[in-house]
Structure formats: C-alpha cells, structure tokens
Design a protein around this ligand. Structure first.
Ligand code: SF4
Ligand code: SF4
Ligand code: SF4
Length: 386
C-alpha cells in the first residue's frame, strides 16, 4: 500500500481509538451495507478497537440482491460481528398502503427500508431514543459527500448521531485498503454493478437497470407499474404543467424522469372538514370511518370525543388538533414515528401496525416532522374548513 495511504489509515485508526472509549455509554454500531465503503470502515474499526467488535448491522429488504446475505455469512466466518436485520415494512407493502414513489426530494427508502431496522435494533437493545445510538457510516469522499457531510454529525432523518470516518478516502483507496491491507473479498455484486444498489434504485444507471430487469423482471414490472399507475393511469401527468417532452412514459419510466417529480396540488384530496364551534371547540368530520384510529389522539386524551365520523376537541390548540388529524388520516401504520418516542411507540411486527401505549402526554411528538404518511402518502389527505 502506498505510504501516503498508510498514513491516512493510521490517522483514521488513531482517531477511532481516541473516540471509542467515549462511546461506551451509548449504543455504537456500524451501518453495514455490504458495500466496499462499510467493509473498509469496519476493518479499520476492528483493527482500532481489537479485541472489541462493533456490530455490523445490515438491513436486508426485498429490493436487496440476495447474494448480499451469502456475502454477509462469509464475513461472519471471517470474524465480523455481522447481523442481518429487517425493515418494518417492505417496499411494496408501503406502496400498497399508499406511499408514493421515490424522488430526489426527500427519498424515503433509506429511513424506511434501512432506518426502521436500525431503530428497531436500538429499541430492542434498551436505548431510550435514537440519540443514544452512534452510527459509523462508511461514506467515502466524493465531492458531494464532502460538501454536505462532516466527520461527525446528526443524521437528521433518524435523529441519530453518526461518524463518517471515510470522507477523506477515495474509491480507489478504499479498494486498495480492502485488498492490500486486510485481504478481504468484495461483495460479488460488484461484478455487475458500480455500487451495491437495490434491485430497483431511483438513482439508476442503464447497466444496473438492465441487470435488474434481466434477473428480476417481475419486481421491475411491479415497481415501474406502480409509478405508471400513479402518474399516467390516474391522469395526473396531463394535469401537470410539464413540457410535453416530460410527459411521456419513455421519459418518466425508462429514463427515470420520475425522480424529478414534484408534489402537485392536485395530489391533495379532502380528508376532513373542520368547523370552529361557538363554544370554542373544534370539530373535524372525517371523510371515511376507516381513516379514524384514535390511538393517534392519546397525546391529548381527555380533551376529545368521537361520535361517528366526527371528532371534537376542546382546550387543544388548533395547530395541535390539525396535526393530530393530519397524522391520523394519512397514517400508513409504518411505525416510523417510534423514532420520536421509544418508550411509548412500537411497531408490532405480527400485526404490522404502529402501537402506542403508555403515553404520558409530554407533547414532544406533536409535529409532523417524522410522519412518513403525511410526507409521502401520494394522494395526501388534507383538512378543509367549512
Ligand atoms: S440503493 Fe437506491 S433505492 Fe436502495 S436504499 Fe439506496 S438509494 Fe434507496
Ligand atoms: S412523545 Fe410524548 S406525547 Fe408523544 S406518544 Fe410519546 S409520551 Fe405521548
Ligand atoms: S403516524 Fe406517520 S410515521 Fe407514524 S405510523 Fe403513521 S404514517 Fe407512519
């Protein structure tokens, strides 16, 4: 290995040795994608803290190539404390519940398909919230990652502190470290792709698309069929003010133009009608009774009543009542909002629903920041005033 690279590696190992003792009160782990970056990082961390080993957590979902699991088993045999986790819900389970496709604006795949597995692990380990976790993330230094990331930061989507020790390393250096310093094998998926993409990744290239299409034609058909249904079969694309060349199936589906889609007002549907009563109470008439799930109202229990499709609040600020209703009528039961309240919110993997129990009405979750239903339901249900 080149001398300059050896020095870089030694400095990184020294840095990890310095911070590691300070992490022992938390729940440190390596976010392990089975890709080259996370492998190089794990190897350096293991060298730095030996004989300790941080868990290498890999979240396997249905869009991951199955050989990732074989590769993980191989790394386990080589001494890595590798563990495979699962997300709360798979991609098509989420689309069946009404989530939209992935776009460049706030893509939900990482938090929902990877993040929920990690959050679940932290909750099971006994963490009181994601801020008690510490994620080591193998992100090597492209121009983009150096511009938008620092060595230590809060990963806002999961509210999770993280270290990015590889920002100064190039792709070529990462491969050199894996092969020459540690003698480790790369994930075989690299023979066919540049990165360890999902089968259907919105940040696609032709080579990956062709490879996925040949191996998993049904998955790809379902993936693009869902987008086609939302944009074309619904007539939405015609109502958009896009130029004609951006309204074609070819552009949106084959050339992945769907990633530039921006939410349109026409995607809003009436979910509830609100009235302000002379008594000062607020009344919401919910359009469909099966959009009512009163578990969401626990943070203001004692201040609401339900009669049929109507919910009435008193002594609750309008902004908070609106938030609770928006969350309730758009809920996908995805479980993601457990990120805000480990003690009271859990995802029940048997019923595949969010469970809220033991709410102490602290008020910390009275916002929509972490509600994936509100952010990503394709046909968003909104409140209108009577
Ligand atoms: S590979 Fe693509 S689709 Fe899969 S999680 Fe990463 S960004 Fe999302
Ligand atoms: S964050 Fe507070 S208000 Fe929200 S569910 Fe948890 S305990 Fe209840
Ligand atoms: S309230 Fe929002 S984040 Fe929570 S389960 Fe429902 S959709 Fe998911």
């Amino acid at each position: 290995m080149r001398k300059t690279l050896t020095t870089k590696v030694k400095n990184t190992i020294a840095l990890i040795r310095e911070i590691y003792p300070k992490l022992k009160d938390g729940y440190p782990f390596i976010a392990f994608s089975t890709g080259k970056d996370s492998l190089a990082m794990a190897a350096m961390i293991y060298e730095a803290i030996a004989p300790d080993k941080l868990p290498c957590l890999y979240v396997h979902h249905n869009f991951e190539f199955p050989e990732n699991l074989d590769y993980l088993a191989e790394l386990k045999d080589r001494g890595f404390a590798a563990e495979a986790l699962n997300p709360f819900l798979e991609y098509f389970e989420l689309t069946d519940r009404g989530i939209g496709f992935l776009t460049l604006t706030d893509p939900w795949c990482v938090p929902m398909l990877v993040g929920t597995g990690l959050l679940d692990w932290l909750q099971r380990k006994g963490a009181r919230g994601p801020r008690e976790g510490i994620m080591f993330r193998g992100m090597s230094g492209s121009e983009y990652s150096r511009k938008f990331h620092t060595g230590s930061e809060l990963y806002c989507r999961l509210d999770l502190p993280c270290f990015n020790p590889l920002l100064e390393f190039t792709k070529e250096e990462i491969i050199e470290i894996i092969k020459d310093r540690y003698g480790l094998p790369l994930n075989p998926v690299y023979k066919n792709m540049e990165r360890t993409y999902c089968i259907c990744c919105y940040t696609s290239d032709r080579r990956r698309q062709t490879y996925s299409g040949q191996r998993y034609p049904q998955v790809c058909e379902q993936y693009y069929g869902h987008i086609e249904k939302l944009l074309f079969d619904s007539g939405l694309i015609e109502k958009s003010n896009l130029a004609p060349e951006h309204k074609t199936r070819e552009e949106k589906l084959q050339r992945h133009g769907f990633i530039y889609w921006r939410r349109q007002k026409t995607q809003n549907v009436i979910g509830a009608v609100k009235c302000r009563l002379s008594s000062g109470a607020l009344l919401y008439h919910i359009r469909e009774s099966d959009w009512i799930a009163t578990k969401h109202l626990q943070p203001v229990d004692g201040k609401w009543v339900r009669a049929g499709n109507e919910i009435r609040f008193w002594d609750v600020q309008e902004k908070i009542a609106d938030t609770l209703i928006k969350r309730m009528i758009n809920c996908l039961d995805c479980g993601f909002c457990m990120v805000e309240c480990f003690p009271c919110r859990q995802f029940d993997r048997t019923t595949k629903q969010l469970r809220i129990a033991g709410c102490i009405q602290c008020g910390k979750c009275l916002r929509l920041k972490f509600c994936m239903g509100w952010r990503h339901r394709f046909w968003r249900r909104v409140i209108v005033e009577n």
